[in-house]
Design a protein around this ligand. Structure first.
Ligand code: BDP
Length: 716
């Protein structure tokens, strides 16, 4: 009680003490004054006068960002002018400025493309300057954000020479936001899109959202849920979406909408949505025309069809390609893109769910129109804490594929657990498929270098809502940030991104950066260990997917846990080998062989591909049962390690953010113990083996955990 009183008192103090209170609302763009006084002084001289060439809305956005960023971080008065006057910072394009044109960097910029840029030390009229230049104003905006990041992270500007260009053309957030402002799998409040007040009212948050995305290179946003509502395609909603598009345009962000396949029936008054029906085609053509009238740079449609009850071409015995192509034809005259999801599965199809997308899509390779890209989740089941890469990557050389990652932590502790996802993203991106010899990583398939895809893209399911800190958990911001950074450049390391984010969010002090990065880097593996070690998957609680549920059974086997873990007295794991469901055979030969044998299958995927006896010997020398228990216990214990790390930063950061994370870590610790106890007790019924004596016994019996109900969990 005493402790709670103290916490409340400290919170009150922090709220009233403006200099300390930080609610995280400014994200990584908080532009606090630099801590290093000497550096601040020298930067202040370097970045006092800016020549910013050009004058459209993007240039205005650059100007605003520089004014705020430089004057806050450097505590100086920055002057920005559109005339060359021997300033020391020069920003713009060769077409917007004689001085930049005179640098003869056109070819270099051309090579970097529209979004690429350079930041380099140059001489203009014999004056040493730092130039941020691009072919386009949007590229100059990206370069400006990079420059501000370099300042914030206290980088060296001497003889600077940076060249940047993105690895994917389309770097997109997917919002699973409904028109009533609920967010499917959203844990950070309501949807930030206030459809009721649009188009009349523009929240400042819309601009902040655009700035944050542009700062990490995101250039597209799908506003609505994949489980779509056809109403968004009516004029009333298009007008609302257009208002958002207007806000985002200066920041280089295009909007996309989700297209409900049955919209011709629901809002078009037709009797069918058959993609080969002429009236249906006409409906979509007119719909596209109506959208482009209001949103001339509309990005296109994202479609979930024939999955989890959503309508689709299967309803008319048509293929996924026929469905996608019909929409592509409607968008084609306007330059729009169809992002067609490969997440197609049905419990009535009598094969392992992991096989279904591949079986459905591979025969259609090359049959999609050139403005269709197929959006594939990182793994074949569903955003699990760990999955092997989706076998579709590499299997469709003639159809551009894009990645769909989840940023929102549906299966990784919602906005309560600290789980840094860049290691998960990197694990998939760096997997070698060997499809064209060694080095044929998933990343290289996505960026087009393996199959020469003409369109390249990557999407992340957003974790953003109306919470003051945007993502519920402050560290959720790091996942938004890391997704953007990797969408721009998949070669960046998870660790460097974490350090960059920590510096921009908290401080450049090593006493902060080091522990924060260590926590972040360990957090995903920890989350896997206390939930689904050794390749276990889909054993979470029903519906909300937050806590443990290895006991979940039900009508649809593909939505139960018992279907996936297959635990019995003889062993545990899903046999996907050539003797089982044969999912291994969807992988290229080399990978297939590796996964098919227990000798070579990485232990992290063992129970994903193999059903093994409880006394199977692991590399550690332990039995499978002991190893599993060991993982559950050490995983849960490591949250305590994380708490200690976090406590070490207390004296270096503001109380408000410190306490926010501290409270959540305590919840995470208790949840991790619940996962551990539930799973160990549940599986022990089958293994009938003891918990090794070095570990404390679970406090409560299995029934206690089975009966624990969580009500009104958000995000459903
Ligand atoms: C699952 C989610 C569900 C989504 C579905 C999807 O539980 O809410 O609608 O993915 O991606 O992970 O369509």
């Amino acid at each position: 009680m005493k402790q709670i009183k103290l916490v409340v008192l400290l919170i009150l103090l922090s709220v009233f003490n403006k200099t300390y209170a930080d609610d995280g609302s400014k994200l990584w763009l908080n532009y606090k004054p630099l801590e290093n006084a000497e550096l601040k002084e020298s930067y202040a001289q370097l970045f006092e006068d800016v020549y910013l060439a050009g004058e459209d809305e993007t240039i205005q956005a650059i100007s605003e960002e520089l004014k705020t960023g430089l004057s806050c971080m450097l505590e100086n008065n920055v002057t920005i002018s559109s005339k060359w006057n021997m300033q020391s910072l020069v920003i713009g394009t060769p077409s917007g400025s004689e001085q930049i044109a005179a640098l003869k960097i056109d070819k270099q910029l051309e090579k970097l493309g529209n979004d690429g840029y350079i930041i380099a030390s140059k001489k203009i009229d014999k004056k040493n300057v730092i130039v941020v230049a691009s072919k386009s104003n949007i590229g100059a905006l990206y370069g400006t954000f990079h420059l501000l990041r370099l300042i914030k992270t206290e980088s060296n500007f001497e003889n600077i020479n940076i060249e940047e260009s993105p690895k994917h053309q389309h770097r997109v957030l997917n919002h699973w936001d409904n028109l009533n402002r609920t967010v499917e799998r959203g844990f950070a409040g309501s949807s930030i899109w206030d459809w009721h007040k649009l188009p009349g009212y523009i929240y400042p948050q819309y601009i902040e959202y655009a700035r944050a995305n542009a700062s990490i290179g995101i250039n597209g946003t799908v506003l609505t849920n994949v489980n779509a509502n056809a109403l968004v395609l009516t004029d009333t909603y298009i007008e609302k979406a257009a208002a958002l598009a207007n806000v985002f345009r200066p920041y280089g962000i295009k909007i996309y909408l989700t297209a409900r396949f049955s919209a011709p029936i629901e809002i078009g008054g037709l009797k069918t949505a058959d993609p080969l029906d002429e009236d249906v085609k006409q409906f979509w053509k007119e719909t596209a025309d109506r959208i482009y009238k209001q949103i001339p740079d509309f990005g296109g449609f994202l479609v979930k069809a024939d999955s989890e009850g959503q309508p689709g071409p299967h309803n008319y015995k048509r293929t996924q390609a026929e469905g996608a192509n019909m929409l592509a034809e409607a968008l084609k005259p306007h330059g729009g893109l169809v992002m067609w999801r490969a997440f197609v599965y049905n419990h009535e199809v009598p094969v392992d769910r992991a096989l279904q997308a591949y079986n459905e899509f591979v025969p259609l390779d090359g049959k999609f129109h050139d403005n269709v890209i197929v959006q594939v989740k990182n793994g074949a089941i569903d955003f699990q804490p760990r999955e092997p890469y989706h076998p579709l990557f590499g299997a469709m050389p003639n159809t551009p594929l894009m990645m769909e990652f989840q940023i929102t932590q549906e299966y990784l502790g919602h906005a309560i657990h600290l789980t840094y996802l860049a290691p998960l993203y990197k694990e998939t991106l760096e997997t070698d498929t060997y499809i064209k010899g060694e080095g044929s990583t998933v990343a290289k398939i996505l960026d087009g270098s393996i199959h020469n895809y003409p369109v390249t893209a990557i999407a992340g399911v957003a974790n953003i809502g109306t919470d003051r800190n945007w993502t519920g958990h402050l560290f959720g911001q790091a996942n938004w940030y890391a997704f953007g950074r990797l969408a721009w450049n998949h070669n960046l390391s998870a660790e460097n991104i974490a350090a960059e984010w920590a510096k921009m969010t908290f401080s450049n002090k090593t006493a902060v950066v080091n522990p924060v990065v260590e926590m972040m880097m360990a957090s995903r593996e920890m989350g896997v260990s206390y939930r689904t070690p050794i390749g276990l998957h889909h054993i979470m609680a029903e519906s909300h997917h937050y806590g443990p549920g290895p006991w979940v059974t039900g009508r649809r086997p593909d939505w139960t846990a018992v279907y996936y873990h297959q635990a019995s007295e003889t062993g545990i794991g899903f046999d996907r080998t050539t003797k089982g469901s044969n999912a291994v055979s969807q992988y290229p030969e080399k990978i297939k062989e590796q996964y098919n044998s227990t000798e070579t299958c990485p232990e992290k995927f063992l129970l994903w591909f193999h059903h093994l006896p409880w006394d199977y010997k692991m590399n550690s020398g332990r039995t499978l049962w002991d190893e599993m228990v060991y993982k559950y216990y050490t995983g849960a214990d490591s949250v305590v390690w994380m708490q200690e790390k976090w406590n070490s930063v207390e004296k270096h950061i503001d109380f408000e953010r410190f306490n926010h994370v501290k409270q959540l870590l305590e919840m995470q610790k208790n949840d991790a113990i619940e996962w551990r106890n539930s799973c160990v007790l549940y599986f022990q019924q089958f293994s009938k083996m003891p918990i090794p004596s070095e570990f404390e016994k679970p406090e409560k019996p299995l029934e206690y955990y089975q009966n624990k109900k969580r009500l009104f969990v958000p995000g459903i």
